[in-house]
Design a protein around this ligand. Structure first.
Ligand SMILES: NC(=O)c1ccc[n+]([C@@H]2O[C@H](COP(=O)([O-])OP(=O)(O)OC[C@H]3O[C@@H](n4cnc5c(N)ncnc54)[C@H](OP(=O)(O)O)[C@@H]3O)[C@@H](O)[C@H]2O)c1
Length: 259
């Protein structure tokens, strides 16, 4: 049996075990997939332990996507380029390689949903680890103007999240991407009000929730096309599985398991 796991803190909300195990079962793949809640100060120790126990691959989630980097033998160019690791391949001799499959997962899902990135005017809400990686991925994919709105305005040109300026700009763009955790919990307030959306635009909420977020509800009421982050989660996971095993994951089984 090949062993895999996801490391995060907290981790109980993670849909990754359910999603990967459904794909393993459908493929007849002999694998296990655990979820470990790892406090930041114990990350290095836990990582070493899992290598010794013969784990073949890991997913890395909040808050460890940058913190894992110093423990790896090397980084793939995707991790170098996007500055975060969400997938680790562990080779037979214990060599560990860090990859970023988040950007691939996000862009693949946009493509599946017929959302045009090339030349599109985009507003991204949130600029943490995932936000920074996705912004870089969107630029590499040839998007048009890209503005960031964040709770903490850290850089020149950033808009304060939910300010009047942010709401006005939001109505102008082709694509709005929410990459804050607002919406992950059922009952969270919308990240932007209804008047920030309009017909003809796309709202992509990265939260891979089974409930419809209030932001998605607002976007739909305003007539926008709106999507949650389940497709993003599935495609980043499918790519991770391919890196670990060289096999194609069953994305339909993954979707059925988390929908
Ligand atoms: N579907 C998927 O597979 C997938 C993959 C990766 C990420 N995601 C989603 O992306 C989200 C962000 O991930 P991350 O790794 O970038 O996290 P992160 O590094 O912790 O960054 C969080 C970002 O959200 C902002 N933020 C946090 N709490 C907020 C609040 N209450 N109100 C407004 N803004 C808030 C932060 O602003 P400050 O700078 O002001 O702190 C920061 O910009 C996750 O929660 C997850 O839902 C989904």
């Amino acid at each position: 049996m090949q062993k895999f796991a996801v490391l995060g803190h907290p981790i109980s909300h993670s849909l990754s075990p359910r999603m990967h195990l459904a794909s393993f079962a459908s493929l007849g793949f002999d694998g296990s997939y655990d979820a470990f809640d790892v406090a930041p100060e114990l990350l290095g120790e836990k990582f070493k332990e899992l290598i010794q126990q013969g784990y073949r691959g890991l997913n890395i989630t909040i808050p460890h996507k940058k913190a894992i980097m110093p423990f790896l033998s090397r980084l793939d160019e995707s991790a170098e380029k996007y500055g975060a690791v969400n997938t680790v391949v562990i080779e037979g001799d214990g060599t560990t390689i860090g990859y970023n499959t988040d950007v691939y997962g996000f862009l693949t899902d946009l493509k599946c949903k017929d959302v045009t990135v090339k030349g599109a005017k985009i507003l991204m809400l949130g600029y943490g680890g995932a936000g920074a990686a996705l912004a870089c991925g969107l630029k590499n994919a040839g998007c048009g103007e890209l503005k960031i709105a964040n709770r903490t305005v850290r850089e020149e040109g950033m808009l304060p999240l939910s300010s009047n300026e942010c709401i006005a700009y939001s109505r102008e763009v082709d694509l709005i991407v929410n990459v804050t955790p607002v919406g992950l919990k059922e009952g969270d307030e919308p990240v932007l009000p209804i008047e920030a959306f309009r017909q003809g635009q796309v709202f992509y909420d990265c939260a891979p929730t089974s409930h419809e977020t209030s932001s998605i509800k607002c976007a739909k009421i305003a007539g926008a096309r709106a999507f949650d982050g389940k497709g993003f989660l599935i495609h980043q996971g499918a790519k991770a599985f391919e890196l670990w095993t060289g096999l194609c994951a069953d994305t339909a089984a993954m979707y059925a398991a988390i929908k």
